[in-house]
Design a protein around this ligand. Sequence first.
Ligand code: BTN
Length: 261
Amino acid sequence: MDFPKSSQIASHFEFVAETGSTNADLIANSANTDDFSVLVAGFQSAGRGRAGRDWVAPAGSSLFVSVLLKPDGVAATNFSWLPLLAGLAMTKTVAALIPETAVGLKWPNDVLVGEKKISGVLSELVGDLSGVVIGAGLNVLQNKAELPIENASSLEIEGARNLDLDEVLAVYLENLRGLYQAWVAAGGNAVASGLRNQVIEACVTLDHGGNNRVRAILPGDAEIIGAAVGIDDTGRLIVQPDGEKEVVAVAAGDIVHLRHN
Ligand code: BTN
């Protein structure tokens, strides 16, 4: 398969018809690979999702893409912003492709159409801490029967037509590169680069003054129920638990939206 537009945006671009996981491949070769190198697969036989889950999609139906980011002059302590940055880039991409539809970022980096998941991002630190591999799966051409869960959607189901994987990928890579370059230029400071504000604006997990509440399932399975009231300077979700005075900063976990309950 050819990717003439996308390959112009990457510092190095490779397409493989099939692999286990594009994230695993880029991590294995990260020491010899440049910043903003891109690996795309037509099919993954061992696709990795967040929290140890699988990521499965039929061959040719969706985008499986990993990008190696090795930000020059940015301390590894700021890398916690990269998953959110990638989620925002994908949110902008999906919103541009289905402009009439409500598209939002679910903290930290799922993309939702309404409340249905259309894309997920898995960020993995490379072994020598020089960077992060950002892997994104985007449901493009799947019909309902081809989606792994009921609460999922694809660009095709949402009415996007004449979908071309190279064009879709090029939009994502452009968005990712723009946000990434601004963040690197600010030394990885998400407040100074405007990234934090953009994430807050796109993030439908946040209460935004409405009556939206969340269940945060933390590593180890403790749960918090309350309102998501902010995102702090390190990208953590700030939750105000029901009936408590103190807020809790959530660095990792699964969020369930409890709309208007
Ligand atoms: C999630 O669980 O929502 C994250 C899914 C991430 C899937 C992508 S597909 C390309 C890259 N390679 C992988 O093995 N996983 C990511």
